[in-house]
Design a protein around this ligand. Sequence first.
Ligand code: TRP
Length: 326
Amino acid sequence: MAKKRILSGMRPTGKLHLGHYVGALENWINLQNEYESYHLIADYHVLTTKLDTSDIYQDSIDMLIDWLSCGLDPQKSPMFRQSQIKEHTELNLIFSMLITVNRLERNPTLKDQIRDLNIENVIYGHLGYPVLQSADILLYKGNYVPVGEDQVPHVEISREIARRFNTNYGEVFPEPEPLLSKFSRLSGLDGNAKMSKSLNNTILLSDEPETVKAKLKKAVTDPKKIRKGDPGNPDICLVFSYHKKFNSEEAHEIDVNCRSGALGCVDCKMRCAAKISIFLEPIIEKRKYYEDRINTVVDILQDGEERGRKVAAATINEVHEKMKLG
Ligand code: TRP
């Protein structure tokens, strides 16, 4: 039986952080053997919130290097930029006829962004964000889309569009389903529920041990635990949540000694930093390998774009046939 397909994507915002790893990449890596995967660098989607494109190429390359360094295998799964496969924009246009403005205005993810980024006037392309995302997914006939909670409404819209297309013109597309990552998202160093570049509260996958230590030193902890000896509450401590993810073997002992007061926050943070750096060490090493061989990275991208283009072209042909275009 043919493997089911996955389409996963991220907007290129430069070097990735631990939040990207925990919330998405780890899942992609675990799924790459079981499914036929396609990995999209959603560079056009960046334009919805950032018109300045001077960094977009380098940001895309940096993200690709992080993907490779974490263990995504380009032999198995093509990696490509949205802007380099013209069928994305073509399908986006067709899909834009299959959904109402009203439906797009009800998208909760858009509402959140308008609030968080203080947007006064929504641009047309931003309203259409999920339409382009639907084109991304359906161009590769993605059955599953590994995403975080905030992207589920977009996958729902892609299901509606697939259904509308299929009933109007004939069966072409599957109805994609979201695959939620098991581990909920990683909080930022400042305690914010989201680790995010714009909040400046991240640990990068490329951070060296000294940087990780310095960042953890400033991380928030249980505010009632002021000095060593004070009992702490790991349940509300950010650093403890990192221990659970990156130091699960010692988490129980740390829990006990934090509560009793025997373990102070400085020691606890340094142990956490050390574990995170052990986790990051092979990733940083691989990153250096690729940084020294940038031609290899560009080749991987070109190869991925060629492979992606073939699948995309076949789908658009089918779409044109069903629509009696051409
Ligand atoms: N909207 C996604 C995000 O912000 C990125 C994305 C674009 C995507 N196209 C996609 C994700 C297609 C999955 C499938 O994270």
